[in-house]
Structures are given as C-alpha cells and as structure tokens.
Design a protein around this ligand. Structure first.
Ligand SMILES: [Zn+2]
Length: 329
C-alpha cells in the first residue's frame, strides 16, 4: 500500500490478545515515514526510523484505555487520558510489543484493572492531529482497543476519521472488532491477523527483555565451566545490587536456561523451545558443563530464591551462589 501510494488512512488491525498487531502497526508506520526504504523494509537508521524504534517520534501518538490512579493529581483524576501514562506505556511497548490487555493495565497500575477511552481523549486526539506533522510524512495515531470507547468519544473520533487532516494515519488495534462502533469500523480498512503459532511466538518473544539476564547467566556458566572463581566476582556483585524481584526473575530465568542446556546436551533439543538468540550460548555450554552439574545447579538456584525471599543479605546470597555452582562442576 505504501509503495503504490495507496495507503488507507484508517486501518483496523484485529488480533487475538497480544497477537502481533502492535508491532505490525509500528512497522507499517515506520515504513511509511522512512526516508530510505529498501527492499520492502524501512532502513532502520534514518532519523525517522531511529525515533520510531525508540517510540519517541513527535508524529507518533498513542491512545489506549486508562482509568484513574492514586498517582494522578486531583484534576487529572477527573479526566484521565493516555498522555498521563505515556512513560509506562512506552516502557511496556519497548519491553514487550506483544503485550495484551491485562499486561497493559498492570503496567499502567490503574485501579480496578480495566480502562476506557473517554471523550476527553477524543478531544486530545483532535488537538494533536490539527498540528502540522513536525518532521515525518505522516502523523500516526495508534489507538489500542478502540472497542473501549464510549458512544460520545466514538462520535467525536468519527468526525476526524471522516475528514482527516492531511497525511494522517489511524491505526486501530482491536481484540473485539464487533464491539467497535459500527460507524468507525465502516470507515476503516479491516485486516485480520491470524493467531501466531508456537514457532512464530518463539521468534517474536521479547528477546530484548531477556538479553541482559541471558548475558549474565551465560558469562557466569562459562566461568563456572572453566572453574574460574575470579571471573564470577563482578557477576555476583552486580546481581546483589539489583532489586529482589529482579533477582528472583534472574534465578527463574537461569533455571529455565539450564534446563535447556541439559536437554540439548542430552540430544532432546526438540523439547527445549530454544529462542534463536539463545542458541549459540546454549550449544556452547552444552559441551562445557559436566553431566552431574545440572541437578545440583537447579537446587542451588532454588536455594537462592528462598534466601532472597527470606531477606538474606544479597551479597552473601550471590557470592555463595557462585561458589556453590563452581563446587557443582
Ligand atoms: Zn528509515
């Protein structure tokens, strides 16, 4: 559509919860605004792409269902809109673009875990879109869950979709298109996304989220397999400084990672569900770790989780963890 200059100005992407419509919408918007498209893809490096990838492009706007929270000021509480939650939203979207409805509410920390899109929000959309595109070709308005819009908000939005300012692109992402106001639906080009199969989900999983934990456990296990105690010092020191939740998350991730290495080492790779980003590290470690290591390592990590929950001094916990893992080799 972009290449043939026939991009519809309002597209309704329908997905199963977290089924990839959000990353698709972003990819489309980034492509439409890229200065240097190549082979059917955006370049990824021009100033526009750069800002899209960080979700800080001034012509990229997000609307999503919200409700009031304790953190908002008294006046904001009366008419909460997406702008008040933008940081939490972009944090979530960068961490895991395949987020679902409940994940959204949890990350916004809104009361009663359910939100809506109000008429105030529709007014705000109107204001934002009446400004000229500051640098891109398109002003892009991503509306997550338009079915959460009441009649009044819908009518206001409909006016803008019917007579859009020039170079505006509406990307609506719905989990329940039958509940989107019919008048709005009829103005949009509807695209239904097939649910992702397991392999696609694997490839699409939020790899960036796990990249740092993967790096840490890989370096640690490599040091362990060389019996290099000194190389573990910076690792336990930095683990000791992260928060308790992160520490537990690290242990759980590491247990899963070690299970995968065990499966690969034992020729059961098909059961291991390996993400492409993990593959190299897992194969390398499968050769380096001793057969009796795995079971002991898992019990060491279980012990770390209990100690973290029991508020034991984190430096002692993680120093001891590294030592015990070395003993297990
Ligand atoms: Zn580009």
């Amino acid at each position: 559509m972009v290449d043939s200059n026939r991009l519809s100005h309002a597209i309704l992407l329908c997905e199963h919860n977290g089924g990839g419509a959000f990353p698709l919408a972003l990819a489309l918007a980034q492509y439409a605004n890229c200065r240097d498209r190549k082979d059917g893809d955006s370049c990824g490096v021009c100033p526009s792409c750069h800002k899209y990838r960080k979700l800080i492009h001034p012509d990229l706007h997000f609307v999503f269902p919200v409700s009031s929270t304790k953190e908002l000021s008294e006046s904001e509480k009366k008419a909460p809109i997406s702008d008040y939650f933008l940081n939490s939203f972009t944090d979530l979207a960068l961490r895991n673009p395949y987020f679902g409805e409940q994940e959204l509410y949890e990350s916004l920390d809104i009361d009663n875990k359910s939100g809506n899109i109000s008429v105030n929000e529709a007014r705000r959309i109107f204001e934002k879109l009446s400004l000229r595109a500051s640098e891109g070709f398109y002003k892009v308005m991503v509306i997550f869950l338009p079915e959460k819009m009441n009649q009044e908000a819908g009518n206001k939005l409909l006016k803008i979709i019917e007579e859009p300012p020039q170079q505006t692109l509406f990307l609506l992402i719905s989990h329940n298109p039958e509940r989107v106001l019919q008048t709005i639906r009829s103005r949009c080009l509807r695209i239904d996304l097939k649910p992702m199969d397991r392999e696609e989900k694997n490839t699409a999983a939020p790899a960036s989220d796990n990249a740092s934990m993967r790096g840490t456990i890989t370096t640690l296990l490599e040091a362990v397999s060389r019996k290099d105690l000194a190389a573990t010092f910076p690792i336990w020191e930095s683990l000791a400084e992260t928060g308790r939740e992160k520490q537990k998350e690290f242990c759980l991730y590491s247990e899963e990672f070690i299970r995968k290495i065990f499966l690969v080492a034992n020729g059961l790779e098909s059961l291991a569900d390996i993400h492409p980003a993990e593959e190299e590290a897992i194969r390398g470690l499968a050769k380096g770790l001793k057969p009796h290591f795995y079971e002991k390592a898992l019990s060491v990590l279980d012990g770390v989780i209990s100690a973290v929950e029991g508020n034991v001094n984190p430096k002692l916990v993680f120093c001891d963890m590294c030592n015990s893992l070395l003993q297990a080799m």
